[in-house]
Design a protein around this ligand. Sequence first.
Ligand code: PRX
Length: 630
Amino acid sequence: MILQIQNLEEYQQVYQRSVADPEAFWAEMADSFVWKKKWDRVLDWDFRTPKVEWFSGGQLNITENCLDRHLESRGDQVAILWEPNDPEGETVRYTYRELHAAVCRAANALKANGIGKGDRVCFYMPMVPELAIAVLACARIGAIHSVVFAGFSATALADRVKDATCKMIICSDYNSRGAKNIPVKKVVDEAMDMGCDSVTRVIVHRNTGGEVAWNDRVDRWWHEEVDGQSSDCPAETMEAEDELFILYTSGSTGKPKGVVHTCGGYMVYTCFSFKNVFQYQDGDVYWCTADIGWITGHSYIVYGPLLAGATTLMFEGVPTFPDAGRFWQICEKHQVNQFYTAPTAIRALMARGDEWVEKYDLSSLKVIGSGGEPINEEAWNWYNEKVGKGQAPIVDTWWQTETGGIMITPLPGITDTKPCFAAYPMPGIQPVLMNADGQEIEGNDVEGLLCIKFPWPSMIRTTWGDHDRCRNVYFSAFADKYFTGDGARRDAEGRLRIIGRVDDVINVSGHRMGTAEVENAINQHGHVVESAVVGYPHDIKGQGIYAYVIADRTDAEPLRREILEVVTKEIGPIAKPDKIQIVPGLPKTRSGKIMRRILRKIASGDTGNLGDVSTLLNPEVVEAVKEGAV
Ligand code: PRX
């Protein structure tokens, strides 16, 4: 079994060792997995290209490590514990043995439908067990999965399908979410009409059983394709650096990019980080409330926990249905030991009052986690007192889609915790703070741009189809360093606090959103002349979306409604601006660049000191924008 750090002294020792000789350290960690062939070299790297190769020459299949490896020792242990949206509905349990068989059947169905090694399969599905099963089925046969969060629009889905030239889409008929029954297949049909020519099959999982339109040429039912298949499917031999999956994420410019993760390093790091960050012990029930459509779900619902032989809970619904006690009711019902959620959910539940959390017995909780966005002190304290009862340590985990796994976090019961501090690097992770001139800022009580100066096994390898973009976005700002896009502070004792993005990316309810992406969507409206989008502090969402819009129409209310519709159509409801201000102009520099700094200040209500605006091309619009602020 992979190393599980037990105390502070061991953490310090392991950390030192991992930095002094990373190759020896990671080779030792990798040794606890099943390899079909051992690697020739632990690490080859050059951040200038960038080229990062871990365990090259090694061959494996990640599903053998998630499933087959556990059959003998824990075949009858529950692997996936699924809690439906409807609290009266039936809990579904897959033991490791059952999950293995289900994954093999699905893998055989994929093969029967023409999918093989290297093919891309897109997922557009709610949080049902079949999503995890089919993702693993792809990995079983060496197909590359690209999961798209089922809240994205048909346009966003089509963009992603086309970018990765996916051969298949796997979806559900409907998504049962809170009180709603949301059409899913219909969105896929719309996406298919947008020129997804590479797709030859759409596999539809019958979830709620509602009516769906059918295209005999491409559509097939999951149960008809999967149920009769053999429960034996040999695991494809994969090179350590073969692609495992693509996951699209937003950046500061242009379209979302497909972050690529590979088999060997991702396996080693997600398992190692899962075991240590959550201090998972045999028999525990672990629950991460994320959606598999995001990296958190990939690494800490599916791969990390299954690699570690854990029981991982998967929840179909939302935190507030049927009421604001749902999370805590599930924790009590399944005696959850490790609970991992996002600050947005904590803030939303905190706002509903303490009675919901006090109604349930949460004494089983040993570790509670937070991640995806900065957690404010009030939410941290509430989480600590009301959920953790001052007993279960909070792990505030900082990481990114690109990092594949948790990078900076306290280790529960091992290192100390401090509100809002992700605190300490994981073994093997070497964070540095840089100034704008490209120098490393040493010492404590300092602030800078967060970079990582040495490779780690689960780091991004490329952006799908555009390696230059990967270099430009992450490896060109600072020589020989991976730049995270975040700013951070190091306190007097050396703990790290993540401040937030320093680029034009905003974090709305833990979802990453490029301001340029939202602007592009708004600009699709025929009467919008120009727009500028910024983030502003929002009590529940962390950041809200504030859009300034120049239009050639004056009926503000209908225009706002139409803009919301356009954004919903182009990206999805998660990108809808919270505030839209129709403005006569946007403050610009003489070279024509929008002065976002001023717009950010106005959006956050901080109009007292906007700085010197006299050098602007159009200083007069600043007053008008200020006056019309919503
Ligand atoms: O700004 C940081 C913020 O979320 C970004 C990464 O988002 P995403 O790729 O969606 O990955 C989510 C995986 C957790 C980061 O650049 N972020 C993530 N975790 C934290 C955080 N900000 C503050 N504290 C955190 N714990």
